[in-house]
Design a protein around this ligand. Structure first.
Ligand SMILES: *[C@@H]1O[C@H](CO)[C@@H](O)[C@H](O)[C@H]1NC(C)=O
Ligand SMILES: *[C@@H]1O[C@H](CO)[C@@H](O)[C@H](O)[C@H]1NC(C)=O
Ligand SMILES: *[C@@H]1O[C@H](CO)[C@@H](O)[C@H](O)[C@H]1NC(C)=O
Ligand SMILES: *[C@@H]1O[C@H](CO)[C@@H](O)[C@H](O)[C@H]1NC(C)=O
Ligand SMILES: *[C@@H]1O[C@H](CO)[C@@H](O)[C@H](O)[C@H]1NC(C)=O
Ligand SMILES: *[C@@H]1O[C@H](CO)[C@@H](O)[C@H](O)[C@H]1NC(C)=O
Length: 394
């Protein structure tokens, strides 16, 4: 069994990439056993600005033998010589999926366009990853995901694919793929997702040592994710009157895996019950008393928590998924600080029971009275629950 991370690179125009020297660095914590980069539409190999080697797919052993008759290649005009990696980076759509290839040692990636439409692809990146990084058998250990707003159902992690929706270094800088822990995941800054102007503060303590653990191995997330964070601020009265909130647009009708990364690096927070907060996901209480020191075992030790939430098809298309933190001072003994902390967020869409991961694109225009047939036929009591898994393991 192998977990694979697949990134599909789509870009409205294709820009030839220039080569830059790679600076020597210590090897990343994780070394993929499989790692393929295919540059679609080219017969020659090339090197991207981040120093990675891309194989042209025209003559690749990974391409179908009939690639020359089933597809065409297009290249943007070369006259655009001023275009370097900048527009390429900004115009790029980096779609990422995580799938399990079980024992077949075979992964087929097929593009099937809708009729009178076409499919296109600029690059395909395939990276193996540690087996238990994201989805684990729910009964296998205590760090399994918490079900926030639907009934826990056992589902086969072996047949569930994930699509990465968001991966943020909260309170810190963007992290390019080459600076990830070896899986080439990219991490964005979180500021664009914060609700209102309530940005809180971003402590950057100097000289933090991140102590990875058995539960949070060094490949989980880069040091930069755990050494930067966002907290609510220095004024307890203000903190008690607002929620530190992020908003994410997601497709409706899917279950999402929300992974929150924590690491307490504030010098004053070192003991259990000093800083405790509530976590709300999809406006439901996901965690009543989050205590990072208690979870992790000490300061500078990273820890992550997984939550599964169901975003029903109440409205068509996209919906906002709210993530909010608020201090909990209702405990006895009362926690000393009225604050909350978050270091990183990852949000993944889980495939529906028949395997689908696609949301409507372009957005379906559906009248307000039109319902979704599959939900209309459902029993009223079940309408809030997804048919999570067709496979309920005995
Ligand atoms: C999932 O795959 C692993 C490895 O192949 C296997 O040991 C396990 O039994 C599978 N689980 C289920 C529920 O099929
Ligand atoms: C392109 O790269 C692949 C994989 O690294 C290699 O097998 C192939 O020989 C290269 N092709 C050319 C034309 O250099
Ligand atoms: C992938 O496609 C090849 C060629 O069509 C086929 O022989 C193979 O069985 C497929 N593998 C899987 C896992 O679907
Ligand atoms: C940084 O941490 C190291 C190891 O904990 C320590 O030896 C060093 O003195 C620290 N430097 C500063 C400037 O605090
Ligand atoms: C969550 O709460 C916010 C603020 O009260 C509200 O605007 C939003 O519509 C709620 N979302 C859902 C899915 O109920
Ligand atoms: C994802 O799809 C597969 C079928 O391809 C199914 O077995 C699995 O249960 C689905 N996962 C979820 C969470 O519905």
């Amino acid at each position: 069994m192998a977990m694979l991370l697949i990134a599909l690179h789509l870009c409205t125009t294709f820009h030839l990439l220039v080569s830059l020297p790679i600076t020597a660095k210590t090897p990343p914590p994780y070394t993929p056993t499989d790692y393929f980069l295919l540059n679609c539409g080219l017969s020659s190999n090339s090197t991207s600005p981040d120093g990675r080697h891309w194989e042209g797919d025209s003559n690749s052993k990974f391409s179908p033998h009939n690639i020359h008759t089933t597809s065409s290649t297009y290249e943007a005009s070369r006259q655009d010589s001023s275009i370097s990696e900048v527009p390429y980076m900004t115009a790029l759509v980096v779609k990422e999926f995580i799938v399990n290839v079980l024992n077949s040692h075979h992964l087929n990636v097929t593009f099937i366009p809708f009729s009178s439409s076409y499919a296109f692809i600029n690059g395909i990146e395939i990276v193996s990853m540690p087996n238990n990084l994201y989805l684990r058998d729910q009964d296998s250990d205590e760090s399994a995901a918490t079900f926030v707003n639907f009934q826990p159902l056992v589902c086969s992690v072996n047949t569930t694919a994930l699509e990465t929706m968001y991966r943020l270094n909260v309170g810190g800088q963007a992290i390019p793929g080459v600076e990830d822990t070896g899986m080439f995941r990219t991490w964005k800054n979180d500021e664009d997702y914060i609700y209102g102007r309530a940005l809180g503060t971003t402590p950057h303590p100097l000289n933090v040592t991140i102590k990875y653990s058995r539960d949070t191995p060094v490949y989980t997330a880069p040091k930069l994710v755990y050494s930067t964070s966002r907290t609510m601020g220095a004024y307890p009265k203000i903190n008690l009157n607002y929620k530190l909130t992020w908003i994410f647009q997601v497709d409706t009708g899917f279950i999402y895996l929300v992974r929150l990364h924590f690491c307490e690096t504030q010098l004053e927070v070192t003991k259990v019950n000093q800083q405790v907060f509530r976590i709300f996901i999809c406006n439901q209480t996901a965690e009543e008393a989050a205590d990072v020191i208690q979870w992790s075992g000490g300061s500078g030790i990273p820890v992550y928590k997984d939550y599964l939430v169901w975003v029903p098809k109440k409205i068509q298309g996209k919906q906002d998924l709210w993530l909010a933190l608020h201090p909990n001072k209702d405990l006895n003994p009362k926690p000393e600080f009225a604050d909350a902390i978050l270091n990183g967020v990852e949000i993944f869409k889980l495939n529906q029971s028949e395997g689908n991961l696609a949301g409507p694109n372009p957005e379906l225009v559906v009248g307000p009275t039109s319902g979704f047939p599959e939900e209309e036929t459902e029993n009223k009591n079940q309408v809030n629950f997804p048919r999570l898994c067709s496979l309920l393991e005995p």
